[in-house]
Design a protein around this ligand. Structure first.
Ligand code: OOG
Ligand code: MG
Length: 259
């Protein structure tokens, strides 16, 4: 089968809407490289915008060793977040609109001014941050059993599902985000622990990476955008009745429940 950018974009969004998982496109389409994959990702964004969604920010994926090792992909990536993906803190996750959701704890930045590469460092990136939040991402790959190569997952908007930011908002000054601890609880049991250093050595390194790589596609991150810097730990499955809490040291905690 010969695929095109619009065909793959349509197929991915259709799979999302119908909650049907897919095989990997890289098995069928040899030309699907990283450039084409980001074109597909941008095409899915254009279609989301056409149906009334708007950009609220970006997410990084596969920024920690824990995530890279589990998913078998060894490079970070960026993807889009829209308002349709945002859940209120404490709101139940609508399992009947997702395929096979998994939950991961993340550190979230909200930008106080635009941020554009190239040449952004962790220090200059952090200077653009207005607030830091605890966060949870509910990922949901459109690929069967989360089996994908880098180009597949980039095309699939990095398994985007839902995002939740905690209500505590702290200025970055005075926080040591490399040392910020995170404990992930599932139904009262601790399942994973990490510190902010799990993500690229420091979450601000991930923010700089996003600014610099997006600049390669002519994209500036805007004031007010949120940036999810990537799962600090491996993700855990979310089933009906589950309560998952990401508890941080200074950033408070975020809870999601499967419903
Ligand atoms: C890809 C998305 C990864 C993260 O934070 O690392 C991601 C996946 O694991 O399905 O969102
Ligand atoms: Mg994530």
């Amino acid at each position: 089968m010969t695929w095109t950018v619009p065909m793959v974009a349509h197929t991915l969004l259709d799979a999302e809407n119908r909650r049907q998982d897919l095989g990997r496109f890289t098995d069928e389409w040899a030309e699907l490289d990283l450039d084409v994959a980001y074109q597909i990702q941008d095409e899915t964004l254009a279609r989301r915008i056409m149906r009334g969604e708007h950009i609220i920010g970006v997410k990084l994926g596969l920024t920690s060793r824990a995530k890279q090792q589990r998913m078998g992909v060894d490079a970070p990536l960026t993807a889009w977040l829209t308002d349709a993906m945002a859940l209120g803190s404490g709101a139940p996750v609508p399992l009947d609109s997702l395929i096979h959701p998994r939950v991961e704890p993340e550190i979230v930045f909200v930008l106080g001014r635009p941020l554009a590469g190239p040449g952004v460092t962790a220090t200059s990136a952090l200077a653009a941050v207005a607030a830091v939040h605890a966060g949870i991402e509910v990922i949901d790959s459109r690929y069967r059993d989360f089996r994908f190569r880098l180009a597949d997952v980039v095309a699939d908007n990095a398994s985007s599902g839902r995002v939740v930011a905690g209500s505590v908002a702290l200025p970055p000054q005075g926080l040591d985000l490399a040392l910020e601890p995170c404990v992930l609880h599932v139904n009262g049991e601790v399942v994973h622990t990490a510190t902010g250093a799990a993500v690229q050595g420091h979450p601000a390194e991930a923010l700089a990476l996003a600014a610099n790589t997006l600049a390669g596609r002519g994209i500036t991150m805007e004031e007010g955008w949120c940036v999810y810097t990537g799962g600090l730990t491996d993700a855990v499955p979310l089933a009906a009745g589950d309560q998952i809490v990401a508890e941080f040291g200074h950033l408070g905690s975020v809870t999601v429940t499967g419903e």
